[in-house]
Design a protein around this ligand. Structure first.
Ligand code: CUA
Length: 171
């Protein structure tokens, strides 16, 4: 069987493309540790978010020596906490975020980091990040969620440990 020269070229080019795509995905997953938000966070009734033991009083909960759970409720067009008051966490800690929506699909991106998830009503998005020194991060909604979408933002404030301990009250 004779294969035309051009056909050989395109065969080789498409094979290269397939190998390239697989290599890129593998590198992303293994090389730089990009991981997708999956469904391990579990589900929640979006109409009863305020009845949830943690989402009912969202905020920062200490779970270990330098480990914290951060519960955030997204709704048109605020993060609770995050928008009206910043999410305040101590420096040099490991944060596991649990984010859910009380109405429509939102986004939750910590600007300048790879912490980024969709926030789907009924689902709890869970991801863990490590923060180092004191610094302020912006939080953005990057899923169109209605008329106020463009203004839906918040703040994550990493403060020195002693400052955090001095101000950490209830949650
Ligand atoms: Cu919330 Cu866009």
């Amino acid at each position: 069987m004779e294969i035309h020269e051009y056909e050989k070229f395109w065969l080789a080019a498409s094979l290269l493309l397939i190998v390239g795509i697989i290599a890129t995905v593998t590198y992303g997953a293994v090389g730089v540790g990009v991981s997708m938000i999956d469904d391990k966070g579990g589900t929640i009734d979006p109409k009863a978010v305020d009845q949830h033991p943690k989402f009912g009083n969202p905020g920062v909960y200490k779970t270990g020596a330098n480990e914290y759970d951060v519960y955030v409720v997204a709704k048109q067009f605020v993060y609770q906490p995050g928008t009206n008051e910043p999410i305040v966490v101590p420096a040099n800690s490991t944060l596991t975020f649990h984010v859910t929506s009380a109405d429509v699909i939102h986004g939750f991106e910590v600007v300048g980091t790879n912490a980024n998830t969709m926030v789907i009503p009924g689902q709890i998005a869970t991801f863990t990040v490590e923060v180092s020194g004191p610094r302020e991060y912006g939080i953005l909604c990057n899923e169109y969620c209605g008329a106020g979408h463009h203004g839906m933002e918040g703040t994550l404030k990493v403060v020195p440990e002693d400052e955090f301990n001095a101000t950490a009250g209830g949650a």
